[in-house]
Ligand binder design. Structure first.
Ligand code: NDP
Length: 297
């Protein structure tokens, strides 16, 4: 079998298109202009690229992009005061603090300052709790993107055996909750899992979020399974230079699976698209309006 390639780049474009349509309706019918505030602390070059990209895509879908750049030595008090100001500003529907932050600041404590209704990264413990109890939450962007790709590829997920490899708060745990909420039978594997190949053998759905290049190999995969590769790993090329690979060994897995996401061009583009989706959702919720269809969990 040769797997169907799940084109995350194309799907992300359709998500952005839906967001743009919804934003246009919010403006025309309700005079609302959704806004996303991104806070960058310090001058990490990779973070600056991410923030620039997010700002560009935010504007492209018709939303307001509000950027705050703070010096690397900003005090916790000054950062929290800015977050409090953004929490109180009705023109700001989503708040994102770009991580990593300098060592004198705590990511967990920063997230705790953000109003859960504006926590478009879905990292606040209130949102984790709402998701875990099957209630309406802000859902972390990467797992939300994976869920959209899975629903698009498979239709209803009910009854499928799903294995999530990785248990981070950012990806693995919310992914498992989303699959459970869609009535999958869910197993979470991690670094202490014994016999990972055995755990994966019966998986109809595999989501790999580990951070280990090409760890999951085709021999472990059930024929016809759907594989979502979240991993982004930069590796050296034999001829010099570097390239990106996932946590899944694409060649051997694509020979066995029914469908698979590539790296790059799979989950990656979905993450920013879902950030925009979450911001428009937050705007609708804040104003008591119906949620945009197809953009939430
Ligand atoms: P973390 O490092 O926070 O978590 C990795 C998880 O993998 C941990 O739960 C760890 O287990 C588990 N793990 C490590 N080694 C093994 C192993 N040998 N077998 C099974 N499980 C193992 O990473 P993230 O969840 O933040 O990210 C995972 C990957 O996804 C990274 O490559 C990251 O770059 C990528 N990523 C991609 C995004 C995108 O937009 N596409 C967004 C976010 C992340 P334990 O808990 O026991 O240590």
């Amino acid at each position: 079998m040769t797997a169907t390639v799940i084109d995350g780049k194309a799907f992300a474009a359709t998500v952005r298109h839906k967001v743009a349509e919804h934003v246009a309706r919010l403006k025309a019918d309700h005079g609302l202009h959704p806004g996303l505030a991104v806070v960058l602390v310090g001058e990490d070059p990779a973070s600056e690229v991410y923030v620039r990209n997010k700002g560009k895509q935010t504007v492209e879908v018709g939303m307001n992009s509000i950027e705050h750049k703070l010096p690397a030595d900003v005090s916790k008090e000054d950062l929290y005061a800015l977050i409090a100001k953004l929490n109180a500003d009705p023109a700001v529907n989503g708040i994102l603090v770009q991580f990593p932050v300098p060592a004198h600041l705590s990511e967990t404590d920063i997230v705790a300052q953000i109003d859960p209704a504006k926590d478009v990264d879905g990292l606040h413990v209130v949102n984790a709790g709402l998701l875990a109890s099957g209630q309406r939450a802000m859902v972390s962007c990467t797992p939300l993107g994976c869920l959209m790709l899975l629903r698009d590829a498979l239709g209803a997920l009910s009854g499928k055996n799903a294995v999530v490899v990785g248990r981070s708060n950012l990806v693995g745990k919310p992914m498992a909750q989303l699959l459970l909420n869609d009535s999958c039978t869910v197993t979470i594997a991690h670094s202490r899992t014994q016999d990972l190949p055995g755990v994966l053998r019966d998986a109809d759905i595999v989501v790999a979020a580990v951070g280990r290049p090409k760890m999951v190999i085709g021999d472990w995969i059930k024929p016809g399974a759907t594989i979502i590769d979240v991993g982004i790993n930069r590796v050296e090329k034999p001829e010099g230079g570097t390239r990106l690979v996932g946590d899944v060994d694409y060649e051997s897995c694509a020979a066995v699976a029914g469908a698979i996401t590539p790296v790059p061009g799979g989950v990656g583009p979905m993450t920013i698209a879902c950030l925009l989706a979450n911001t428009v959702t937050a705007c609708c919720r804040a104003n008591g309006l119906p949620e945009p269809e197809g953009l939430t969990a």
